[in-house]
Ligand binder design. Structure first.
Ligand SMILES: *Cc1c(COP(=O)(O)O)cnc(C)c1O
Length: 372
């Protein structure tokens, strides 16, 4: 019997093969007599899991040698503090605000230095990305922060900004939590990228940081040692006990991604999935996605049902929305409720969502529209 399709924004569905392997290895990993959760992080068994995960991710995302891959704890929100603790040098930082996540990053960073707003799409209801040529980048910024996929508002950068071409020499910091490994990354434009694992890689509790070596070693004196990128890098992410089980599951996900044909093949599938859903909505009378077509997210698709007067129905408890969600659940389409700050619905269609899941969603939406 196949499992329901799970559209959760995070923690999100994992590839079924990954869960099956983890289940089969739960009590005894590769004849070691131990489950992965029970192993010393310094033993040869776990070191081999860690090294394979690091190598596979480096291959998949074509991470250049001069970048360190760190496996940390604390999630995306902790990185909102850890990044300025390591990179701000107590100075100025420029933020491009394109939704809730970059807004949170900006707010947190202001504890550690002068966090400035280079551009904001708030007045447009976070349905756009301000053109890079309009960003107010101060020459002396220690870094420029963007969130390359806004999980809540469904806004994605389809190209990373080329700061050098804008006359800015500061490194670019990218929160790629919710689309990491869904598409290639142009590392020539990046200084540091971070992401919580629970959207597209594995369980909550693991945070991935990819950082250019020249950015290490500048942490503020108050930076907790366990969050000092230099110390973490020098100790192969084992300055303190890393989230071992999360690294193992992410490693299984990386192996799965390789079997799927790697990131380019994954990207092609993600494009096809997103097209299917957006094209259907754009042609329908009932569903609306308010995001500028040029920056719609391939991973997170917020949408609203219209009321009889054509207005979007924000309140998920509204009878029409509740009927949509109940009917979806009955068809095995789970966790489609929108984020509480936006309302309506949201379909998250990460790597682990097969095209069949999106087809099932669209056919349910079509049926619901016919009945509405
Ligand atoms: C989920 C998410 C976060 C927050 O992650 P936590 O693990 O809850 O701290 C940060 N940024 C983005 C873009 C996210 O999607």
């Amino acid at each position: 019997m196949s499992r329901p399709y799970n559209f959760s924004a995070g923690p999100a569905a994992l590839p079924e093969e990954v869960l099956q392997t983890a289940a089969a290895e739960m009590l005894d990993w590769h004849g070691s007599g131990m489950g992965v959760m029970e192993m010393s992080h310094r033993g040869k068994e776990f070191i081999s899991i860690y090294e394979a995960a690091e190598r596979d991710l480096r291959d998949l995302l074509a991470v250049p040698e001069q970048f360190k891959i760190l496996f940390m704890q604390g999630g995306g929100l902790a990185e909102n503090a850890i990044v300025p603790l390591n990179l701000s040098r107590g100075g100025a930082m420029d933020f491009v605000i394109t939704g809730s996540w970059s807004q949170k990053s900006h707010k947190e960073a202001s504890k550690y230095g002068q966090a400035r707003v280079a551009a904001s799409a708030q007045d447009a209801g976070f349905t756009q990305v301000p053109a890079a040529s309009s960003w107010r980048l101060g020459g002396e910024a220690q870094y420029v922060h963007i969130c390359s996929n806004e999980t809540i508002h469904g806004v994605e950068f389809h190209e990373l900004p080329d700061l050098k071409a804008l006359g800015c020499t500061a490194p670019l910091v990218v929160d790629f939590s919710s689309h990491v490994c869904s598409r290639p990354v142009d590392w020539s434009r990046v200084g540091l990228a971070f992401g919580g694992a629970q959207k597209n890689l594995g369980p909550a509790g693991l945070t991935l940081v990819v950082v250019r070596e020249d950015l290490l070693g500048h942490a503020l004196a108050v930076c907790p040692s366990a969050f000092d990128y230099q110390l973490v890098a020098q100790n192969q992410s084992m300055y303190n006990t890393p989230p071992t089980y999360g690294i193992y599951i992410a490693g299984l996900t990386f192996q799965w991604l390789k079997r799927q044909g790697g990131i380019a093949a994954m990207e092609a599938r993600n494009i096809a999935k997103a097209h299917l859903l957006y094209d259907y909505m754009d042609g329908s009378q009932l569903y609306i996605n308010p995001v500028d077509k040029a920056v719609r997210s391939r991973m997170n698709v917020p949408f609203f049902l219209r009321a009889d007067d054509g207005q979007p129905l924000l309140d998920p408890a509204h009878p029409r929305n509740a009927a949509f969600l109940d009917g979806a659940k009955a068809k095995g389409l789970l966790q489609l409720k929108g984020h509480k700050s936006v309302g309506g619905m949201r379909a998250s269609i990460y790597n682990a969502m097969p095209i069949e899941g999106v087809q099932a969603l669209v056919s349910y939406m079509r049926e619901f529209e016919r009945r509405a």
